[in-house]
Design a protein around this ligand. Structure first.
Ligand code: ADP
Ligand code: MG
Length: 177
């Protein structure tokens, strides 16, 4: 995470194929992939970063995105057992449903479960009742804490009622306080 062009350039030198995005973005807005030729890197950083006023997230490009960006929901420290793989279509790298990604619900893999179960209590302790983790190729790429989506798609495709699970957790929490 940085606001400095030099830091982004050094990261690009090291990894060659990278993704630059606004730290506080959503729905796939402002996601840029920059390959080995570095085309447009400085302009992208200046534009997205509003000349140093906004913080950028820079990551290695993960080719596993072709299998989808997995949304894993954490509710009151518990892991919802089904993820929604959001698979980019056509020449897109963005899997966001808002950017035309295709949502396919599936059980978490063992390694995804391990990551989610490790993070769930830590995030819950920080007061985060509802969290949407985004995992690409098993790596956490984003932690969404403001109204994360995909309840509807997971429920429709698996029959696991995410909203009921959420409501039950909320009632339990309220009865304890
Ligand atoms: N490191 C990465 N490697 C490959 N694709 C990525 C990477 N980071 C983001 N993307 C693509 O961009 C999309 C949106 O990125 P994300 O960080 O989740 O931001 P947003 O808040 O807009 O959802 C992801 O669903 C994925 O398709
Ligand atoms: Mg996301």
């Amino acid at each position: 995470m940085t606001r400095e062009l030099e830091a982004v350039q050094a990261f690009h030198q090291q990894h060659a194929d990278i993704v630059v995005k606004p730290l506080d973005g959503m729905g796939g807005m402002g996601i840029f992939r920059v390959g080995p030729d570095g085309l447009n890197l400085a302009s992208i950083v200046e534009t997205l970063g509003e000349n140093g006023a906004r913080t950028l997230m820079v990551q290695r490009f993960l080719p596993e995105i072709s299998q989808g960006d997995k949304r894993v929901l954490l509710i009151d420290g518990e892991v919802v057992p089904f993820a929604l793989a959001r698979i980019p279509q056509g020449s897109e790298i963005r899997g966001n449903l808002a950017a035309g990604g295709k949502g396919v619900a599936m059980p978490l893999t063992d390694s995804e479960k391990r990551v989610a179960e490790r993070l769930a209590p830590l995030l819950n302790e920080r007061g985060l009742f509802l969290v949407g983790l985004d995992l690409i190729g098993g790596y956490v790429t984003e932690i969404n804490v403001t109204s994360p989506t995909c309840f509807v798609e997971i429920t429709e495709q698996t029959g696991f009622d995410v909203a009921a699970f959420w409501l039950k957790a909320l009632e339990k929490r309220l009865s304890l306080t």
